[in-house]
Design a protein around this ligand. Sequence first.
Ligand SMILES: [Zn+2]
Length: 226
Amino acid sequence: MLASDITFGARNRQGRRTHGRSSTRTYKIWAGMKARCTNPNEPRYPDYGGRGIKVCARWMRFENFLRDMGPAPDGMTLERRKNEKGYSRQDCRWATDAEQNRNRGDTVLITHAGVTQCATDWAEQTGIGRKTIVRRLDAGWPIQDALTVKPVSLTDEERKLRFAVRQRLTRAVKSGKVTRARECQKCGRAAETQAHHHRGYSKESALDVQWLCPGCHRSRAGPSDE
Ligand SMILES: [Zn+2]
């Protein structure tokens, strides 16, 4: 394997000789990628192979990886364009650490009004927190709303109360005192329902909820998703 590594790394696309070190680094990057995705003993496997991130069949051979990507440019590492996708020619590129940091942890690239960028960029642009944007999208909000509806700001007191009320409800569901409906109690759709405290947040009415699908929950509960 190392012999072919050197052979392939010896010339770049223009046929000029390159030093062998870049191909060695490329080989290490390739081996690391493969290990993360295929070797359960690799410490980072749970975040890659364990999450279903795969290396495409073609890239199980180093020669193919090198042909598709070329040697790793100095200071750049392998990046998947979309975090949920696997490793293949169309989904990977060489990127600087700064570029990687920008994308890492943003599991989604969000396209809105013809612009595709990561949640961090949208947060900077809209003034809505990155976590809020991601949580909204996870909860099924349309992108338009997730990026435009200003969050209601709560006082510490209100936050604490909501937390206590939600905890009380969670305990009641766990103990069987309250049953989570499997269908939305507004539109009737089968869904992963969410509790809407239709009488507002108070300790007295903590268990008095409607179970709503994400769409109805959003329109009933309004923009207060904090
Ligand atoms: Zn509904």
